[in-house]
Design a protein around this ligand. Sequence first.
Ligand SMILES: [Zn+2]
Length: 278
Amino acid sequence: MIRTVRPLLSALALVLTLPASADIARLPTASPVPGGVALVPVPTSQASLKGRPVMVVSAKGTRYAEHAPWLAVVGIDLSTEPGTLALNAGTQTISFEVKDKQYREQRLTIKNKRHVNPEKRDMERIGRERKEMLTALGNWRDDNAPVTRFELPARGPFSSPFGLKRFFNDQPRAPHSGLDIAAPKGAPITAPAPGVVTAAGDYFFNGRNVVLDHGHGLVTMYSHLDRIDVSVGDRVKTGDSLGTIGNSGRVTGPHLHWTVSLNNVRVDPMLFIDPPAK
Ligand SMILES: [Zn+2]
């Protein structure tokens, strides 16, 4: 008797111990604030915000599934005023609330004055590079498997959070658009998720710089590198080398400036990662 029952029991035990959510998409942390990410249940597999497509993933297996079959993963621009935003999903308009968030100030002293007040001859290069970066960061590429979470691209303390209101040599500049990870020159930088390299080169402010396109409007950028290990068009897997930490471009010391862009707005990378083990 026992012989017939035991296999049944162990099969049952296996079913019970398998995570019921093995195939659940691991979503970004919902934070509907300027510079954050909103998770909005939608009735269709496509949605847009102000005419631009936003990432939509299956809501199956998530706590949003009872509200709708699909979930829009929406980046909210830092300059957004708190209030209501509206997504277009098919023939429907789906509204969601953006809450207020106050970011701290940061004052930095940059030794290279040209990096604070560029010379006339720098302006053409800066303009060209900004255009190139905005195109790369705002790109939309369909992909079979949307990326919604990241591994850490580098090991080291988080030296400057996303969103700081910045002053360079007491002059107001654009807010901090990424997360700074401090590490010694030469430390490895690896791909935090699968993606395609869409830019790799040397830039006035960003220094040696790589852009990875993860699809569905999710794009990441790696700035101030010492060495670049990839070329435009390369497909990378999680953990593949992108290059090494450096201090190229506008910096006060060696670190990785890591940018996460979603539907062409810069958002807080912390929403996509697990807190690093101490
Ligand atoms: Zn930075």
